[in-house]
Design a protein around this ligand. Structure first.
Ligand code: NAP
Length: 323
């Protein structure tokens, strides 16, 4: 038996309960992983609240790192003792150990610690696919990026700096603005006292930006559209403040804008491509262009506290659970 966080009903952070669950031996194509760190992501709160549906009771989380304890028949590229991480697969990462499809496991290179890797799997791979695949940046662009001091945000700040991209990042407080800037964000807009679109126009000599990465959603939608150049791109990659509904006529009125709602799952297959994405991310880390450590650490048993902090906008950078 191992300890795992599970929930039997959707709701607030209090529905998360630490329970004993059985972990069997891996079957064909599977591996058993003993976690060293479990990453907390905003998407976990969507499952917990029921915004994203799951059969209940269920485990939670899809992002962790650890050591392979055993592999099942047919698994050839992962073996017992390997250090691995993952960011997709069935919910249930909030646990001491679990059985996973081996095909989703990403080997961790020497030189990238488990603690660092726990901040990179979902968050770093998200920065990779947003900046290198959804709207590929080449350097020289000016972008608007919301929640720049968040978990994905602090890696995005550093990736933008590495690419030579001018990043205008939104944050809710001056303290978060300092953290974003220290990570490479060029300009910050403090949303509690500044008008986003107006500041973007000031910072771009009235032109607006070619692309906005908006993970906040409902509260920032109009500001994002108003910050774009004609034929600019809105990458609506999250809904931290609530869902986004857009009348396509509005996209025409605001300048024949493009809009996409990307999901990681459509950018990460086949496995060879996922490993190539990870290699690019790890290369940045090994070269020192991206440095990342958890900024909040909770015990596995304190998962509900971690959710309260994340939803309450009390966190910066990555949050992890330690089993
Ligand atoms: N599409 C994908 O494939 C994908 C993959 C990974 C993550 N995401 C999305 O990317 C976003 C970032 O994820 P993360 O795990 O790194 O979280 P995070 O950015 O660390 O946390 C969310 C941040 O959003 C900001 N925010 C603005 N309005 C908010 C509100 N009403 N409630 C809560 N937060 C609010 C807060 O920053 P301020 O206080 O500075 O405003 C908060 O710190 C999430 O929306 C997530 O769903 C999408």
């Amino acid at each position: 038996m191992v300890k795992a966080v599970r929930f039997h009903e959707t709701g607030g952070p209090e529905v998360l309960k630490l329970e004993d669950v059985a972990v069997g031996d891996p079957g064909p194509g599977e591996a058993r992983v003993r976690h060293t760190y479990i990453a907390v992501n905003f998407i976990d709160t969507y499952f917990r609240t029921g915004r994203y549906a799951l059969d209940l009771p269920n485990g939670l989380g899809s992002d962790a790192v650890g050591v392979v304890e055993a592999v099942g028949p047919g698994v050839t590229d992962i073996k017992a003792g390997d250090r691995v991480g993952y960011l997709i697969g069935p919910q249930g990462a909030y646990s001491e150990a679990r059985v996973m499809p081996a095909a989703v496991l990403i080997p961790l290179p020497d030189g990238v610690s488990d603690r660092t890797a726990a901040t990179l799997m979902m968050k770093g791979m998200t920065a990779q696919y947003l900046f290198r695949q959804v709207y590929p940046l080449h350097g020289g662009e000016t972008i608007l990026y919301h929640a720049a001091a968040g978990g994905v945000g602090l890696i995005a700040c550093q990736w933008a700096r590495a690419l030579g991209v001018t990043m205008i990042g939104t944050v809710s407080t001056d303290e978060k603005a300092e953290i974003a800037k220290a990570n490479g964000c060029t300009h910050t807009i403090v949303t509690s006292r500044e008008n986003i679109a107006q500041r973007v126009r000031e910072l771009t000599d009235g032109r607006g930006v070619k692309v906005v990465y908006d993970s906040v959603g409902k509260d920032t939608l109009m500001a994002s559209l108003d910050s774009l150049q004609p034929r600019g791109h809105l990458i609506s990659n999250g809904t931290s403040s609530g869902a986004v509904v857009v009348d396509s006529q509005l996209l025409a009125q605001k300048g024949s804008l493009w809009m996409t709602r990307p999901a990681m799952i459509h950018y990460i297959h086949p496995r060879a491509h996922m490993l190539e994405m990870a290699r690019e991310l790890f290369d940045h880390v090994l070269a020192g262009r991206i440095t990342s450590e958890p900024r909040q650490t909770f015990a596995l048993a304190e998962a509900s506290e971690a959710h309260r902090a994340l939803e309450g906008r009390k966190t910066t950078g990555a949050t992890v659970l330690v089993p």
